[in-house]
Design a protein around this ligand. Structure first.
Ligand SMILES: [Zn+2]
Length: 83
């Protein structure tokens, strides 16, 4: 899984709704990607604040803010490492 994949699955991951195989892939990615780890941690914190750690859909505003942050990070990376 790459960073885009994590971005796509993040809300299901935090809600605990991912298939086991996808969840394991995502966690393997987090082990070596600080950016995605940060986004997952931030999202978890936000969810805890909003809903007292009950599984819940992220508020749309929070979701888009996180997605924007990650997208900016991905763009920075692409600029630093042109393929
Ligand atoms: Zn990543």
């Amino acid at each position: 899984m790459n960073c885009q994949g994590v971005l796509r699955e993040i809300s299901d991951y935090i809600d605990g709704e991912l298939e086991l195989s996808i969840k394991q892939e995502l966690e393997r990615h987090l082990e070596h990607c600080e950016d995605c780890k940060m986004v997952v941690d931030q999202t978890r914190l936000t969810v805890d604040v909003f809903c007292d750690s009950k599984p819940v859909e992220l508020p749309g505003e929070v979701k888009s803010r996180l997605h924007d942050a990650l997208r900016r990070k991905l763009n920075e990376k692409a600029l630093r490492r042109p393929s």
